[in-house]
Design a protein around this ligand. Structure first.
Ligand code: CDP
Length: 221
């Protein structure tokens, strides 16, 4: 049976950093499902397709070849990893991700990936929908202030100039859309282990998760 680790939580909880380290430790393929929603948002913006144009949007998504190579998102042969992190994409992605038809197409793609590879997948609906049968599920949280500060530092490091307050507002707005949308809202799966990362280092969180995985693998849980 394939190994599947699900990591969910709100923006800035540390999911992607932590999932990447976990992937190396357990030799898993890291799938950043948020990047896929960001990729759809980028291509929609480039092609002037608004979230209301559901039919055109679905046709566009079906025409895309999307895969990960060394944790980089490649769409139709182009590495879009940097562009999808820009604030104009962050500000719009939750609107596209709230559309049921968009989710259906991307969830299907994500399920196919999990059948081909041992994966650690991060997102909003991984433990509840995409990998609902996964034996290892985690839900990472942190206070909105800590999450906004992390995102702010990350953008500055990448040379993107931003105001802390704009990032904070974006995080609050996305939390609201992600948790209240009808289609697969962000929520902790009943069987997920919740970890508040506000005051923990990346390695501490990864160690907690690794211990849980190892204990469960050797049937001690
Ligand atoms: O990295 P960050 O936490 O800022 O967000 P992300 O993981 O890149 O996801 C961007 C957005 O995509 C989220 O705010 C959600 O609106 C959406 N998303 C989703 O709806 N379902 C997922 N499985 C992953 C992301």
């Amino acid at each position: 049976m394939r190994i599947a680790v699900a990591v969910d939580g709100p923006a800035g909880a540390g999911k992607s950093t932590i999932a990447k380290v976990l992937a190396k430790r357990f030799n898993l393929m890291y799938i950043d499902t948020g990047a896929m929603y960001r990729g759809v948002t980028l291509l929609s913006k480039r092609n002037n397709v608004s979230p209301e144009d559901t039919d055109i949007l679905c046709r566009l998504i079906k025409s895309l070849e999307m895969h990960f190579s060394n944790d980089r998102l490649i769409i139709n042969g182009e590495d879009v990893s940097e562009e999808i992190r820009k604030p104009e994409i962050s500000n719009n992605v939750s609107l596209y991700a709230a559309i049921p038809e968009v989710r259906e197409l991307l969830v299907q793609l994500q399920k196919e990936m999990s059948k081909k590879y041992d994966v650690v997948m991060d997102g909003r609906d991984i433990g509840t929908v995409v990998l609902s049968e996964a034996p290892f599920k985690f839900y990472l949280t942190a206070s909105p202030e800590v999450r906004a500060k992390r995102r702010y530092d990350e953008l500055l490091e990448n040379g993107i100039n931003v105001e802390y307050n704009n990032i904070f507002q974006d995080i609050i707005k996305r939390d609201f859309i992600d948790t209240t949308r009808k289609a697969n809202p962000l929520k902790k799966a009943d069987d997920a282990i919740e970890i508040d990362t506000s005051n923990l280092t990346v390695l501490k969180v990864v160690d907690k998760m690794s211990n849980y995985i190892r204990r469960k693998m050797s049937n001690q849980l």
